[in-house]
Design a protein around this ligand. Structure first.
Ligand code: SGN
Ligand code: CA
Length: 514
């Protein structure tokens, strides 16, 4: 009798707990894409394309308006996700490096706290980090068609005839089905889309035919008084290749960089040929364009292919969300959608990333957490990708290791306003000269200004007032009226270097300001 009573009360207590507050230790699904610009996401106000499923996460959760990265390229950004640290601390400064697996990563803390962990899809770290019970990842950049995957046993498995985004969803759903149901989980779903060379799924070929995209306000940029911006090698006009990037008279038999076209099935090759030879190349030949008209045609083609890969990405996210709903997992699963960095969609005449300028500095980040995050909120304060690891640890009730450099932004997601929240974000980019000739630089971004110093073969400062010049066309550095703010920003920059212990940058800065 006594026992029945006890059981009854325990059960009641459990129910009321479940109703009153979200159960602890939620699952986390972290959907992590590659090079997906916020300018291409409708939840971020994009008019270029619709992304209904990413929007769904935003509508049911929070959208971060100012999520910056520490170093805007792939490998370094992924290393920051895993470590919650800057590149100079985790050692992964440039893409060519390999991630040093002898360092702590936050999924290990999750494992110790009873979580099952998995990374499926694109990882791009040059090594396989610890902290994952299950991996099934693309080697390096991976392929769009007939992709290979490396599993935990280090076996390579080719998914013949399939499109990468669909395989990633398939593998993720399989893992979710067969996982140990007695444990909460952390799953990274790493997507290859929307990375160059933008090969759409067959069903999305021509998805944006007939659409004319508006040119960004700063598409034509003379790079006046901005030497680094002038000397880069990432313009749509000069750098973007008609053949490999835009598939004009593509050589389907050539062993391209990634051997991508060798991986088509005969049907896929025919579909590509029918579309890119029969329509795109034909149009190109007929128009005989040159000068600005050619650059603008390239811009239109670039967006069409890029957004077609994003269409598949979004559709696949929808499938994953539907699965979470149908399996009953949604209510206790946090879903994040983020990209490894931002990307230029023609701003400054560019594609690619790397620069501290807005479109590659800021990355999309939306997060849904039923019962905790009020649906549809927008988070304005500066959040950094060093904050992602500690936030996930915080959400899962896992102790945040003291060496992590970021801070949990869970309070911001709960609409609290911590007085000591970051007022300025620090940035440091290294990779030079290949592949896009962007000079190394460090800088600081506040809610209103960006101050940056390019170093190496050049020594240049730039200052932007984002309120007056959101398109960053006017370098104010050295102008009389900006002396005071420049001094303030330099001291903020120095303080950030000290706080984050970037000794190499500090030495360079001290030489410049003393
Ligand atoms: C490749 C691309 C570059 C891109 C880097 C890094 N060229 O080298 O345009 O900047 O990857 O991208 S390609 O012709 O091979 O597509 S990252 O996302 O991995 O950092
Ligand atoms: Ca990337």
């Amino acid at each position: 009798m006594k026992r029945t009573f006890l059981y009854f009360f325990t059960a009641l207590w459990g129910i009321s707990l479940g109703q009153a507050q979200t159960p602890q230790r939620p699952n986390i699904v972290f959907i992590f894409s590659d090079d997906h610009a916020y300018q291409a996401i409708s939840a971020y106000g994009s008019k270029l394309a619709q992304t209904p499923n990413i929007d769904r996460i935003a509508r049911e959760g929070a959208l971060l308006q100012n999520n910056v990265v520490t170093n805007s390229i792939c490998g370094p950004s992924r290393a920051t996700l895993l470590t919650g640290k800057y590149s100079h601390k985790n050692g992964y400064t440039v893409n060519e490096r390999k991630f040093d697996i002898n360092q702590p990563v936050f999924p290990e803390s999750l494992q110790k706290n009873g979580y099952q962990t998995a990374w499926i899809g694109k990882m791009h770290l040059g090594s396989l980090p610890n902290g994952f019970d299950y991996i099934d990842v693309l080697p390096g950049q991976g392929h769009y068609y007939s992709p290979d995957f490396i599993n935990g046993k280090r076996d390579t498995v080719r998914h013949e005839g399939k499109y990468v985004s669909n395989v990633i969803t398939e593998l993720s759903l399989n893992w979710l089905e067969k996982r140990d149901q007695s444990k909460p989980f952390f799953l990274v779903v790493g997507h290859k889309a929307t990375h160059r060379e933008w090969l759409p799924d067959i069903q999305d070929l021509g998805a944006y035919d007939g659409v004319t995209f508006p040119l960004p306000a700063n598409f034509y940029d003379a790079y006046q008084n901005r030497e680094a911006a002038e000397k880069q090698d990432m313009t749509i006009e000069k750098t973007m290749r008609l053949k490999e990037d835009l598939k004009v008279h593509l050589d389907y038999e050539a062993q391209r960089l990634y051997g991508e076209y060798k991986r088509f099935t005969p049907e896929q090759k025919k579909a590509f040929r029918d579309y890119y030879e029969g329509k795109v190349s034909k149009e190109f030949d007929e128009k005989k364009l040159s000068g600005k008209a050619l650059t603008e045609w390239k811009y239109q083609r670039y967006l069409k292919d890029y957004l077609a890969t994003a269409k598949s990405l979004d559709r696949n996210i929808g499938q994953l969300l539907d699965y979470l709903d149908q399996s009953g997992l949604s209510k206790n699963t946090v879903v994040v959608y983020a990209s490894d960095q931002g990307f230029y969609m023609g701003e400054h005449g560019w594609f690619d990333k790397r620069f501290i300028y807005e479109e590659s500095l800021k990355t999309p980040f939306v997060i849904r957490y039923p019962g905790v995050i009020k649906p549809g909120i927008k988070v304005a304060p500066l959040v950094s990708n060093i904050d992602w690891a500690p936030t996930i640890l915080d959400i899962t009730g896992t102790k945040i290791p003291p060496e992590i450099q970021g801070k949990s932004f869970l309070p911001l997601l709960k609409e609290q306003k911590p007085a000591d929240w970051r007022k300025a974000a620090y940035y440091h980019y290294y990779e030079f000269p290949e592949p896009h000739h962007v000079y190394p630089h460090f800088g600081v971004r506040t809610d209103r200004y960006t101050l940056v110093h390019f170093y190496g073969e050049i020594e240049r400062w730039e200052l932007y007032d984002l309120q007056k010049d959101p398109h960053q066309l006017k370098n104010l550095y050295g102008e009389k009226s900006t002396e005071k703010i420049t001094t303030e920003l330099k001291s903020q920059l120095k303080q950030l270097m000290i706080d984050y212990d970037d000794q190499e940058a500090l030495r360079l800065l001290n030489k410049l300001v003393n």
